[in-house]
Design a protein around this ligand. Structure first.
Ligand SMILES: Cc1ncc(COP(=O)(O)O)c(C=O)c1O
Length: 375
């Protein structure tokens, strides 16, 4: 129950266990053709979704270096560990970064972006860069509204980390006007780590033509050119493509709406369970992520609880990151997660609190509250 790597279905693992095939062969081309269609479906886009061998950060970096130039002004949303990462990547490539901050646990304020964009009459801002689902705090940022403001600006691009939102909730790339969408296989894709994905809008491809940042392995031009021929510029992770096809087939069989509904039900169950036990949620009310619920148990060492749940029930929860270590634990409910998993996690937390002598109120209240949300 961590937000990645997430559980991998057996059919996906088995698909991956096949002998690798030549990446310039007809069968591999057919596989690329099929997975490209599936990826467009998942992203709700008519653009190619390019596949890179790497983790999610490779897709984030690719989004920056393929659309921007040295010294370009960008607005970076920062309300957690992954917002901070955007700032670091942007600075590493010499961009002129203006940080739009919100406290950890709070969502980014779309109005702050609107004001900065409207004040930019000289059209200096080249991109607005943000995280959709901030995994470190379990907070959802309002990407749809912020992207609308960016589109009103006219020239800036929206570059979004959708690593823990894609496959958990609606991220319709084309209808929201997103320019760069980055994601990674070990999350909503229900796959092992190793593939990252980046999709770019037509506007982003126009920016690519002007972009002067150094790139080679992550230069998306060759990826796009070869994608047209159902291929890849380098030797791709062939076996992860087998897994990708299998995982996306499972997702298509379930359907996007059903996948989103399942994640939102699991968020409701995790939140209700924690509240009924008397544990405070870390994310601001109404802004919790469908992928992860962060819990800040007052007066309880979150790390001690997390370790005890693992020792007692073999259920791995995620810890707090940076200054949240010991203060927060996080329940991942992303990807291949079913009602039983969420109910078991809530019950295990409750039972562990009881065995540590830390449970207050009636035992079973958390499980009952979670169960009600799963009806
Ligand atoms: C919101 C978010 N962005 C980006 C990443 C990418 O990290 P990685 O490069 O480890 O796949 C993660 C993974 O935890 C994430 O949760």
């Amino acid at each position: 129950m961590i937000p990645g790597p997430t559980p991998v279905p057996e059919t996906v693992l088995k698909a991956m266990g096949r002998h690798p095939i030549g990446h310039r062969s007809g069968p591999f081309q057919a596989l690329v053709r099929h997975t490209s269609e599936q990826l467009r479906w998942l992203h709700q886009t008519s653009q190619d979704v390019l596949v890179i061998t790497g983790s999610g950060t490779a897709a984030m970096e690719a989004g920056i270096i393929n659309t921007l130039s040295r010294g370009d002004k960008v607005l970076c949303g920062d309300n957690g560990k992954f917002g901070e990462r955007w700032v670091k990547v942007s600075k590493a490539f010499g961009l002129d970064v203006e940080v739009v901050k919100a406290e950890w646990g709070q969502p980014l304020d779309p109005e702050a972006f609107r004001k900065a964009l409207e004040a930019d009459v000289e059209k200096k801002i080249r991109a607005v860069i943000l995280t959709h689902s901030e995994t470190s705090t379990g907070v959802m940022n309002d990407l749809e509204t912020i992207s609308k403001y960016v589109n009103n600006h006219g020239t800036a691009l929206t570059i979004a980390d959708c690593v823990t939102s894609l496959g958990a909730c609606n991220v319709p790339m084309d209808s929201w006007g997103l320019d760069v969408v980055a994601s990674g296989s070990q999350k909503g894709y229900m796959m092992p780590p190793g593939l990252s994905f980046v999709a770019m809008s037509e506007r982003a491809w126009q920016a690519y033509e002007r972009s002067d940042l150094p790139k080679f392995y992550l230069d998306l031009g060759p990826y796009r050119k070869t994608a047209i021929k159902d291929s890849n510029p380098f030797t791709p992770a062939v076996n992860l493509y087998f897994a990708l096809e299998s995982a996306l087939e499972m997702m298509q069989a379930e359907g996007l709406e059903a996948i989103f509904a399942r994640h939102s039900r699991h968020r409701a169950a995790a939140q209700a369970g924690m509240k009924a036990i008397g544990l405070a949620l870390y994310a601001a009310e109404g802004h919790g992520s469908p992928a992860i619920t962060a819990v800040a148990p007052e007066g309880i060492d979150a790390e001690q609880l997390r370790k005890a749940v693992q020792a007692k029930f073999d259920i791995l929860l995620a810890g707090g990151q940076d200054h949240l270590k010991g203060k927060v634990f996080r329940i991942g409910h992303l990807g291949f997660v079913c009602d039983r998993d969420v109910l078991t996690a809530v019950s295990a937390i409750e039972a562990t609190l009881q065995s540590l002598g830390l449970h207050q109120g009636e035992i079973g209240a958390g499980m009952a509250a979670a169960a009600r949300e799963l009806n």
